[in-house]
Ligand binder design. Sequence first.
Ligand code: MG
Length: 190
Amino acid sequence: VHRMLLLVDMDGVLADFTQGVLDLMVVHHPEIAPLPYEAHTKFEVQDNYPEDLRASIRHLCEQPGFFKALKPMVGAIEGMRWLVAAGHDVRICTAPLKQWQHCVAEKYAWVAEHLGEEFVRKMILTRDKSLVSGAILIDDRPNPAEHGAQEPPWLHFLYDQPYNRHVNARRVTWESMMREGMFPTIDMRK
Ligand SMILES: [Mg+2]
């Protein structure tokens, strides 16, 4: 395996954003029956809920403490260490919320806590990932280069989530990457 520059998204790939919302819904909207994780079939988390709740759910994600409290995705911490051990140059590439006031600092704090200070220095925060150099971007967003300023230099590997199953893509999970080797489906011509 040759050394590659890998960009790894944060929400929905490293940090379990959906579960974080589910945990808050129980507290703030006990009147709503909990929606199973697998029933979150829309990318924007609030779009999985009735329209009159959406602004409130969005607001929950903007509160202090939301990002800091997110749990790592299953296999994510181990998977990051495994990519580094395989010799790759691994960077975290994440888009902050438009309401960035708590999100930005807490993303740094999250990485420091779960991956260590050395990874904090490898964080790239941008709302346009098409501008970031790299061989591969691992991201749960169906089309992470949409509305970008340029054709992205990277290949997209879609991190599997219930809300992106309709997309035909090179699909991975931490479990699949570690089980099958790096990126078994890689075809640089695509
Ligand atoms: Mg994401």
